[in-house]
Design a protein around this ligand. Structure first.
Ligand code: NAP
Length: 525
């Protein structure tokens, strides 16, 4: 397909009139055609108007129709074929195997949400029948279901050009909930965004849904992104990116006449606790697993292990030695954008120039224009506890090892941490007591706690939590990965004493949709 360099506003393809956006091949530094132009306020408003109109119809689609639409989006993405992978490789520098895996994850995610929609449990149907004879007061008939919030703005992520971009997790969960979606494409991969956007547009058409169910806008975050979040028709926001970008959107959303929720996934350093017995028994193996996780995708994962905490001594020194020699052999992998590469270099320089931090190892200098030179640094718990800047995310393959005096100092470090997506315990049987002491602290810090694994690699399933307290995310009560992500875009409505003919169908007597319901506190199939 020839890329046209246009926004997709409902059925219309629109050439923007604002500043130029052009992808750059991060491996070569070469600009890629076509040129995209940013959308205007009028184009943002048009997309919002169409989304608002579509909402009335889309939110009342049957479970089957909505599920079939999500499956159709997946089919259309697969039908693009290799062109999608080739374009994404050119725009992101990510290797083919990674992008093919990501496409599988993207389509799998859409199909997972289709199955969730069909099962209907997300409606959370509750019925408390009337108790007219109850003393001292009768109870009215009360019934509850969840309804979608309304049009949702989604910001594509740079580090997942497929799985967290135009038809990624935020879009899939919002569409599953019954919300039309307007995507602000990430400026780093506009061609990939257009290809996927057109696939979604085709699925909307084939499913005979209103055009406003999906729009795709190009443009700068500060103009198009801000205008979108400020538009009164937008009712929620999904975002993955920097802390600065996420908090700017939170402020905009909060200062609207009607504030709206922003589900922003921002920054996390994913601490790994090396408990003493595990460190003693298998330090070399831990070093190997850690460096493999650190280097995955040039460290450009939100779950990258950016902090390692252990008790100072010969075992931790041996771990640093082994991890350091693996880091030294690490090839420099191309980073996603020149901007991310330069932010990474600044972050590493900040660590390297801190007098309380020691450099343990640097990786190979890469051969491409924007390659990530891996890094491993060491500091003491005391210095970490007093220097807030040592907690700042360095987005890329760099990690900081914290030397603690003992296990209780490990707990103090844990207690001082900001909110995280993950926290990992490397532990053996003899570490159980130390782990038990850490667990209640870590539960308050992280969305996912792992034992004897590595945080990179996030399963898309029902029990996953990809979330956590600020700054990992803007709302610790939710997840952006897995089927529970649908709840971000729903809210409960209670219907009191409504006649049968006025009640939404799934709440009527006889359970016409056949969805599991909670009737007078008991599950009913
Ligand atoms: P970003 O700069 O936050 O950009 C993400 C999206 O938000 C882009 O579409 C951007 O628009 C928009 N945006 C940025 N600032 C905005 C603002 N003030 N108002 C409205 N929209 C705004 O993130 P990035 O480009 O992906 O990467 C930059 C840094 O983010 C990385 O170096 C890394 O530190 C961090 N990051 C973290 C994660 C994570 O999962 N933890 C993932 C990716 C990135 P434009 O098109 O104008 O850029």
């Amino acid at each position: 397909m020839t890329l046209q360099g246009t926004s997709l506003i409902g059925w219309a393809t629109v050439t923007g009139s604002r500043g130029e956006i052009r992808a750059i091949n991060p491996a070569t530094g070469a600009p890629l055609d076509p040129v995209y132009h940013g959308g205007s306020e009028a184009e943002v408003a048009r997309a919002c108007e169409l989304a608002e109109t579509a909402f009335g119809v889309y939110r009342e689609t049957t479970l089957e129709a909505r599920a079939a639409f999500l499956e159709s989006v997946a089919d259309e993405i697969e039908a693009i074929g290799d062109e999608l992978i080739e374009r994404a490789m050119a725009e992101t520098g990510l290797p083919r195997a990674r992008l093919e895996g990501e496409r599988g994850r993207t389509c799998g995610q859409l199909r997972l949400f289709a199955s969730v929609v069909r099962a209907g449990e997300w409606l959370d149907l509750r019925l408390d029948p009337a108790l007219p004879e109850r003393q001292p007061l009768p109870r009215a008939d009360l019934r509850q279901r969840h309804i979608p919030l309304g049009p949702v703005a989604v910001f594509g992520a740079s580090n997942f050009p497929l799985a967290f971009s135009v038809a990624g997790g935020d879009t899939a969960s919002a569409l599953a909930a019954g919300c039309p979606v307007i995507v602000k494409a990430h400026s780093a991969h506009p061609g990939t965004s257009e290809l996927v956007g057109r696939a979604v547009q085709r699925a909307v058409e084939k499913s005979r849904l209103p055009e406003g169910v999906f729009s795709l806008l190009f443009g700068s975050g500060r103009e198009v992104g801000q205008a979108l979040v400020a538009d009164p028709r937008i009712q929620a926001v999904g975002f993955t990116g920097s802390r600065a970008g996420g908090t700017a959107l939170m402020r905009t959303a909060q200062s609207r006449p009607q504030p709206i929720p922003v589900y922003a996934e921002m920054s996390s350093i994913n601490p790994v606790f090396l408990l003493p017995e595990a460190l003693q028994a298998r330090g070399a193996q831990l070093a190997e697993g850690f460096v493999a996780s650190l280097n995955m995708g040039a460290g450009q994962f939100c779950t990258n292990p950016g902090l390692v905490i252990g008790v100072k001594g010969a075992e931790l020194a041996a771990f640093v030695e082994a991890a350091g020699s693996a880091v030294k052999q690490s090839a420099g992998q191309t980073m996603l954008t020149p901007g991310i590469h330069s932010a990474y270099e600044q972050g590493v320089d900040r660590l390297a120039s801190n007098g309380k931090v020691r450099e343990a190892a640097r990786g190979q200098v890469g051969e491409t224009a924007h390659a990530c030179q891996a890094g491993l640094f060491v500091t003491t718990a005391q210095d970490f506890l007093t220097e807030a800047e040592l907690q700042e995310e360095v987005f890329g393959a760099t990690s900081l090892v914290i030397e603690c005096a003992d296990v209780s100092e490990m707990q103090r470090v844990a207690a001082q941490l900001e909110g995280q997506l993950t926290a990992t315990l490397q532990m053996d049987d003899g570490d159980l007591d130390a782990a038990k002491q850490l667990l209640p602290i870590l539960e308050r810090k992280a969305g996912r706690i792992l034992a004897n694994g590595w945080p990179t690699g996030v399963e898309v399933c029902h029990a996953m939590v990809h979330g956590g307290p600020f700054p990992a995310t803007s709302d610790a009560r939710t997840t952006s990965v897995g089927s529970a992500a649908i709840f971000r875009f729903l809210r409960p409505v209670c219907y009191q004493a409504l006649p049968q003919g006025l009640l939404p169908e799934p709440l009527r007597d006889g359970n016409p949709w056949g969805v599991t319901r909670l009737v007078d506190g008991k599950r009913e199939a």
